[in-house]
Design a binder for this molecule. Structure first.
Ligand SMILES: Cc1cc2nc3c(=O)[nH]c(=O)nc-3n(C[C@H](O)[C@H](O)[C@H](O)COP(=O)(O)O)c2cc1C
Length: 216
């Protein structure tokens, strides 16, 4: 019951009446606990960090999905609800949406789950370049200015872009550590993607970042 309520709230928060129908075909995904130990030493990960634009189609195991979401934007201090990346004034205005061949989900860091948004393969809409459709998953960084209490209107985008960049770098270093390919991009048709995702007006699509195995 609690989970159903949480799902309903997440969907109300992100979907609007223009959202394509079909989210009901997707089920919430309970993620396994993230593995927060191990990985390559930081200096080695920094040596390996690079942008990739070629992805193998192989799926990413659910455990790795849980790990990468935690590394990117998970909660690392449960008592305070604070995250692996900083955010200006701790607004935590960023939602990470996961887009794969089945649909789009919102990462719920506190619940360690993926909450369904839209069914269907939207990967091709997550960027203007051809390779974006091949990556098994893409994270879309969406800022909600309503959470940025007290921010001057002129500063909202700058803060959102800065906060997204920290999350993106966490994800890039995780991928470097795991031998995964990744690439952040700003070249996104934001109105088209926002429409397909059913985002309410005002949300800011900042970046998209694909993750996959390197193309052999
Ligand atoms: C804010 C930002 C936006 C970017 N947008 C794109 C993009 O739309 N498409 C793309 O292929 N690469 C994009 N990149 C990746 C850069 O082209 C890449 O980081 C740069 O060429 C340096 O390569 P490296 O990351 O391998 O060091 C972006 C990088 C940043 C930081």
């Amino acid at each position: 019951m609690k989970r159903m309520l949480a799902t309903a709230l997440a969907m109300t928060a992100l979907a609007c009446s223009a959202a394509p129908s079909g989210a009901e075909e997707l089920k919430p995904v309970r993620l396994p606990p993230p593995r927060t130990e191990g990985g390559k030493p930081l200096m080695q990960a920094l040596r390996l960090r690079a942008t990739s634009r070629a992805f193998a189609p192989d799926p990413i195991p659910l455990q790795t999905v849980a790990d990468l979401l935690w590394a990117a934007w998970g909660i690392n201090r449960a008592g305070e609800g604070k995250r692996t990346a900083p955010s200006a004034r701790n607004w935590q205005e960023m939602d990470l949406l996961l887009v794969d061949a089945k649909g789009a989900w919102r990462y719920d860091a506190a619940g360690n789950s993926l909450e369904p948004l839209v069914a269907g393969d939207l990967r091709a809409l997550t960027g203007a370049q051809d390779f974006v459709k091949d990556a098994p998953l893409t994270l879309v960084f969406v800022a909600d200015p309503a959470r940025m209490k007290g921010a001057e209107a002129a500063s909202i985008e700058a803060y959102a872009y800065a906060d997204a960049a920290f999350i993106s770098q966490n994800l890039s270093l995780f991928c470097a550590s795991e031998g995964l390919a990744t690439g952040v991009r700003a070249m996104v048709d934001r109105p088209a993607l926002a429409k397909a995702l059913g985002l309410p007006g005002g949300r800011i699509i900042v970046f998209a970042q694909s993750v996959g195995h390197p193309k052999r």
